[in-house]
Write a protein that binds this ligand. Structure first.
Ligand code: IDP
Ligand code: MG
Length: 138
């Protein structure tokens, strides 16, 4: 059974969209096997997004991701890495397919409401960034 890391980002937590987003995962048959609510420091946001450190938006992105609480979760299911990316929609909500989280809820290309791992290796790394073995319920 595959696992991936999802984060409900600060713009969505701030607008009371936690339940809306979680319902979409549950309705798609995805299991939430770990979850917490926390506020990243700027240094933690920089570490999480280190892969983007050369990109022009890195400073703004890490300011935004450390601006308020977020909800990291481990999602589990068959093919859940790809399935989650489909439910999320494209990075830019203007390009996201109708009915996806980002098309329905995101503010813009930066404040796009959710994060999702993009491959098995990044999923493993990102899960380990937020969760210890002891925090896995399922
Ligand atoms: P993804 O979240 O769809 O995987 P990535 O390209 O990995 O998209 O970018 C990570 C995050 O960086 C995005 O979710 C978004 O918050 C932010 N981001 C990506 N591209 C831009 C941009 O062009 N301007 C501002 N923020 C961006
Ligand atoms: Mg990405």
């Amino acid at each position: 059974m595959e696992r991936t890391l999802s984060i409900i980002k600060p713009d969505a937590v701030e607008r009371n969209l936690i339940g809306n987003i979680i319902k979409r995962f549950e309705d798609a048959g995805i299991k939430i096997v770990a979850m917490k609510l926390l506020k990243l420091s700027k240094a933690q946001a920089e570490a999480f997004y280190a892969v983007h450190k050369e990109r022009p938006f890195y400073g703004e992105l890490t300011d935004y991701m450390s601006s308020g609480p977020c909800v990291p979760m481990i999602l589990e299911g068959e093919g859940v890495i790809l399935k989650n990316r489909e439910i999320m929609g494209a990075t830019d909500p203007k390009e996201a397919a109708a009915g996806t989280i980002r098309a329905d809820l995101a503010i813009d290309k930066e404040k796009n409401s959710v994060h999702g791992s993009d491959a098995p290796e990044t999923a493993a790394q990102e899960i380990a960034f937020f969760f210890t073995e002891y925090e896995l319920a399922g």
